[in-house]
Design a protein around this ligand. Sequence first.
Ligand code: IYR
Length: 224
Amino acid sequence: MEKSFVPLAYRAPSEEALLERARGFYRQIRTRRSVRQFSHRPVPREVIELAIQSAARAPSGANQQPWHFVAVSDPATKRAIRLRAEAVEREFYARRAPKAWKSALKPLGTGPAKPFLEEAPWLIAVFAQTYGFDTEGRRVKHYFVTESVGLATGFLIAALHFAGLATLTYTPSPMGFLRDLLGRPENERPFMLVVTGYPSPEAKVPVIGKKPLEAVATFVEPGD
Ligand code: IYR
């Protein structure tokens, strides 16, 4: 494709505004929790459309945007997803999961029952396109697919959280069934299910901690 450039539309905020906005975003995002109990209360489709549009603004390898989002509110489809997912989870908890994995999950209190897959008004299945097609229908290799789709999914849950909804990133393993169930093509692999809606008024979340800055970041500055 012929390259063409335009000036970046950008106005630097003052340093004061920079700090205020950085603090504001952190204050918002730090309240995000993975929620497993949802209200049946419907969420307008436009909210989901906007969040997906936010997700699709994520950077991606060679700007190939190797993702597709299937937003499901249809009860019969949600039920079908739940039934398939619970079959996978029964196998996971009974046989597939190594002991160490199960003990890592203990604090979360998870198990094979996944009622949230029917309770939540929307399930957003995120697909990763392992390759694409050019205008002549020839296969095009995609670069950094996992990184790109991970970024888009991060944008998606941040957008939904910012809007005021609860989210759960859910990955039944294996989850190949989602491709068949949702009729997606061969070049797409299911990446994650993002469950979203209002939390149930009864929703409880485990008491867990997040690592402090010193544990997750190292700064290398002049004079160090
Ligand atoms: N998919 C299972 C197990 C599970 C795995 C991880 I890694 C989690 O962070 C949480 C759960 C389940 O959803 O129960």
